[in-house]
Write a protein that binds this ligand. Structure first.
Ligand code: SIN
Ligand code: FE2
Length: 208
């Protein structure tokens, strides 16, 4: 665990290489076991039904989902299996208690899988009932080019690489910052044999 933190801009904190390779492997193992009962699914955009290029699943009491009919939301069940999501792995609950500075545990861990061609457009995380808790995320696998801006669309943005084991937080003035993933860099990490990148995003949904 590397506790060194960089401030990218106000409210955007980065812990480069927070998780070393053995810890990344343990996380990956926990994700693999969770996805056995909660397989990755292909999310669809509200209204248009257009497929997103990432595949996703969740851990925790609430998971973030999206589809054509009902749009962005949190729900307690996997949309395909109808089963509750698996529990959030302890390593991630510990990460949250170490870094989040929030009195309640995360309720949602969104698991995004990017193949080497996937990306994610600029958006805000704003489907939660409160924005007091930070958004805390972990990168695994290939590097990506991450983009972050301010809280209004069309504002100035900056881009930087996120690497396997990095932890990033959006908090305070950046809790509602626009952010996205411009591209994945193939063959930049040995962690995922099939290539691509996994992002784990921890969020508190309710005020608690
Ligand atoms: C997201 O904003 O949902 C994902 C961010 C990331 O992949 O780093
Ligand atoms: Fe996001």
């Amino acid at each position: 665990m590397n506790p060194t933190v960089e401030i990218i801009r106000d409210g955007v904190k980065l812990w480069p290489g927070y998780f070393d390779l053995p810890a990344q492997q343990s996380l990956l193992q926990a994700i693999r076991s969770g996805t056995e009962s909660a397989p990755l699914f292909t999310p669809k955009m509200p209204r248009t039904g257009k497929e997103m290029s990432v595949r996703m699943t969740n851990f925790g009491s609430l998971g973030w989902v999206t589809d054509k009919e009902n749009g962005y939301r949190y729900q307690a069940m996997h949309p395909v299996s109808g089963e509750p999501w698996p529990e959030i792995p302890d390593l991630l609950l510990n990460l949250w208690s170490d870094l989040a500075d929030y009195p309640h545990p995360p309720e949602a861990c969104l698991v995004n899988y990017y193949d080497d061609a996937a990306k994610m457009g600029l958006h805000q995380d704003r489907d939660e009932e409160q924005f007091e808790a930070p958004v805390l995320s972990v990168s695994l696998g290939n590097d990506c080019l991450f983009r972050v801006g301010g809280t209004s669309r069309g504002g100035k943005t900056q881009s930087f690489r996120l690497r396997s084991g990095d932890v990033m937080m959006l908090t305070n003035e950046a809790r509602l910052a626009f952010h996205g993933v411009d591209r994945i860099y193939p063959d930049t990490s040995p962690l995922l044999k099939q290539g691509g990148r996994v992002n784990l995003t921890l969020r508190r949904v309710t005020a608690g």
